[in-house]
Design a protein. Structure first.
Length: 359
């Protein structure tokens, strides 16, 4: 706890135009005593603090520089997360005090574990990391209290695994993550540890492949979600930047020009890109993107392939992509146009389809 008694005595004295000698005379002490108080070299006795507070018409708390904290559960939890965001080690002492006051509160155990984890990992402090493990385990026992859907036993075990990695206990960390790897949630991390830290690249390959497939799925959903968000905001600039990046990245994952699922997805993304461009960059840019959408849709529909066999960086597997965009890539593009709901864009689409059929 940081008190600012010396600073406050000086400030109050100067505010009243008093010298140290004059304040010493009022209080019946030596000038040297006042000097030491203001310099932080010594602290006055409690009766003198009370007397000064009365003389300065201030409360004792104000003179000490002490602000009473809100120590209700939610307030403490909020402060602990602020310490975490600011990487403030002073929060560690507050964690321990909070645990004494609320020993059975999930929110305190979890916030405290996260703070010890982050600071301990950066400082490479084994004692802090061990304390993080203890608090994560306590949080697991108190998990029924949790009301945050983003936190589960799976996420707690992932954090515990991460602590083990930071401690150099990689086998323990791997066992923890492998046991909680439903839907390949941690496959990329498991593969990275196996390949980079444990010298087992061949064992890592299946995990890295599954992690890559999951990442592709997540990226597709995120790009489409953001496209809808930017369309609702009429934010054409960010919509164009997002879709061009998404298309470029997905196209770069193709191992060859053979038809594959990424062609179907990129056809849909090009249709959305054409919609953004029509009202910002003009008809010419929109037509070019729509032409790409039509060409990719026809390329895919000529020999549809929903497997992962043409993906770079992915080991051959039995995985297949599924979606609700449309039974064919052509239908998916038309469904995208219905969502965009632009008569001008439909006109461009029909004209280009007619040109392609005539050609």
């Amino acid at each position: 706890m940081e008190l600012k008694l010396g600073e406050n005595i000086r400030a109050q004295r100067k505010a009243r135009g008093l010298t140290q000698e004059q304040l010493a005379e009022v209080l019946g002490v030596t000038v040297g005593a006042v000097y030491k108080w203001e310099a932080g070299m010594s602290t006055p006795e409690l009766p003198l603090i009370v007397e000064m507070a009365d003389f300065f018409d201030a409360s004792v708390d104000a003179l000490l520089g002490y602000a009473l904290k809100d120590n209700r559960l939610k307030a403490i939890e909020s402060r602990l997360w602020r310490y975490h965001r600011e990487k403030d080690r002073e929060g560690l002492a507050e964690v321990e005090k909070a645990l004494k006051k609320y020993p059975s509160a999930f929110s305190i155990a979890y916030a405290g574990a996260t703070l010890y984890h982050g600071i301990g990992m950066e400082a490479k402090d084994a004692a802090m990391l061990r304390r993080a493990l203890e608090l994560y385990e306590r949080a697991r026992q108190l998990l029924p209290q949790n009301r945050d859907a983003a936190i589960s036993d799976q996420t707690l075990c992932s954090s515990i695994g991460s602590v083990y990695f930071a401690l150099g206990e990689r086998e323990k960390g791997l066992r923890m993550l492998m046991a909680q790897n439903a839907d390949n949630l941690y496959s990329a991390l498991i593969g990275t540890v196996l390949a980079n830290e444990m010298g087992r690249p061949e064992e890592a390959l299946p995990y890295l492949s599954q992690g890559m497939i999951r990442a592709i799925y997540e990226m597709i959903y995120a790009v489409m979600g953001y496209a809808g968000l930017y369309a609702s905001r009429r934010d054409r600039n960010n919509g164009i930047i997002l879709l061009e990046w998404g298309i470029r990245t997905l196209r770069g994952l193709k191992a060859s020009n053979a038809p594959d699922y990424l062609d179907k997805i990129c056809a849909v993304l090009y249709a959305h890109l054409a919609g953004f461009q029509l009202n910002s960059k003009g008809r010419s840019a929109s037509e070019e993107s729509m032409r790409h959408a039509i060409d990719l849709a026809r390329h895919f529909d000529a020999a549809p392939d929903y497997s992962t066999s043409n993906l770079r960086f992915v080991q051959k597997s039995d995985c297949a992509f599924y979606d609700q965009l449309g039974n064919t890539a052509g239908q998916a593009v038309e469904n995208a146009l219905r969502d965009i709901n632009s008569d001008a864009l439909w006109t461009i689409y029909r004209e280009l389809c007619g040109d392609a059929e005539e050609g």
